[in-house]
Design a binder for this molecule. Structure first.
Ligand code: AQP
Length: 344
């Protein structure tokens, strides 16, 4: 069955947005606007799966919204909103909690990593996170989902949930006139040289908001001096850069910095190595600082300007939520009919 093509993705308002979020997700969001109807969500309900200070959650929600707009997302042409304003996400997540299997969720590596050794003390929300994520995407029957590499497993789970729902309720789906399948199989869009940006302090660890060292990441709001310091201090090895991509194997830090450069320059690693092969890191880092400052500087400045205008940001979110809700409510009604819930 052919579904209307639609893009959905989300970002958690859990702290400093960094270069990984930007290159792995937000730049993709921006690029997809020309060819798709897009829905971009600040997933505040996902954020509270681990404790969030309420005032910070509010501030971070506005900051992620500001980042979307500053990076080039057009909230008039597309939909930008925060998840908690559209109750249908939670409603569908409950249905999905009853479709997804414990065995599927037990395999999720993000839960294992985030819950750590103290699993008994993790929230139920953290465990059920992928089921809410499936609902976020499927409440809009979205077909394409741009995410970083780390979200691949959750996307596969969303596909499994869609498939199981379609199978379990096949007769009812047909009887209600929705054909063979109600939900599409959402396709992950994970492409380019920076789908997994690594920590600047350790090339084997993902760049992450929750890393205690601020030197591990470049934040979107970092000024030119901070960016320069962090890139200069970034861990490297002693060899000059190789001339070809094969030479980056087993050199995680070099691979990471070349990938970042390539993504910022909108080119491939091979092109970067053609230019910098044989160069020492000092020269390459200087070029990377210039490029990072040129690309991120204007975004950080615009974010700072926008967060000071919280009335505008809140209006964008309210307007986006109204438009999102119109689509979500229609789909939720259909789900209720398919499942057999009596409704008015
Ligand atoms: N290092 C990364 N490289 C590429 N993409 C990344 N993403 C996150 N980190 C990287 C992508 O950014 C989008 C939004 O992520 P999120 O905020 O929803 O969740 P996250 O993965 O939990 O972000 P962090 O920074 O890694 O937070 P913590 O510290 O909590 O683990 C997603 O598309 C994600 O793939």
């Amino acid at each position: 069955m052919a579904f209307k093509e639609r893009v959905f993705s989300g970002v958690q308002p859990t702290g400093n947005l960094h270069l990984g979020n930007y290159l792995g997700a937000i730049t993709k969001f921006v690029a997809l606007q020309d060819n798709y109807d897009c829905i971009y969500c600040v997933v505040d309900m996902h954020a509270i799966t681990v404790w969030q200070d309420p005032a910070e959650l509010t501030r971070n929600t506005r900051e992620v919204t500001a980042a979307f707009i500053a990076a080039g997302i057009d909230p008039k042409k597309h939909i930008v909103f925060n998840q908690s304003q559209v109750a249908e996400h939670a409603e569908l997540a409950w249905v999905f909690n009853c479709v997804a299997r414990m065995g599927w969720l037990n395999r999720m590596t993000q839960f294992k990593e985030k819950a750590g050794k103290d699993r008994e003390n993790a929230s139920i929300g953290l465990y059920a996170y992928p089921s809410l994520m499936a609902a976020d995407i499927l409440i809009y029957r979205a077909t394409h989902v741009p995410v970083g590499e780390d979200q691949k497993q959750h996307l596969e789970l969303a596909r499994d949930i869609a498939q199981k729902f379609n199978n379990d309720y096949a007769k009812s789906i047909e009887a209600h006139g929705f054909g063979e399948a109600f939900f599409p199989q959402p396709e992950p869009l994970i492409q380019g040289p920076a789908t997994r940006v690594m920590s600047l302090r350790d090339g084997t660890k993902k760049m992450s908001k929750s890393d205690p060292s601020d030197y591990s990441r470049i934040n979107l709001t970092d000024d030119a001096d901070a960016i320069a310091q962090k890139v200069r201090k970034a861990k490297t090895d002693a060899e000059p850069l190789p001339g070809e991509e094969k030479g980056l194997e087993a050199r995680p830090e070099a691979d990471n910095l070349v990938g970042i450069y390539a993504a910022l320059a909108d080119t491939g690693k091979a092109d970067v190595l053609r230019e910098f092969g044989g160069a020492q890191f000092s020269a390459f880092k200087a070029a990377l600082v210039d490029l990072s400052v040129a690309k991120l500087g204007p975004i950080g400045a615009e974010m700072k300007r926008l967060v000071n205008d919280s009335a505008y940001i809140d209006q964008v979110l309210a307007d986006g939520a109204d438009r999102a809700r119109a689509i979500a409510a229609e789909n939720m009604k259909a789900v209720k009919d398919i499942v057999g819930f009596v409704r008015r």
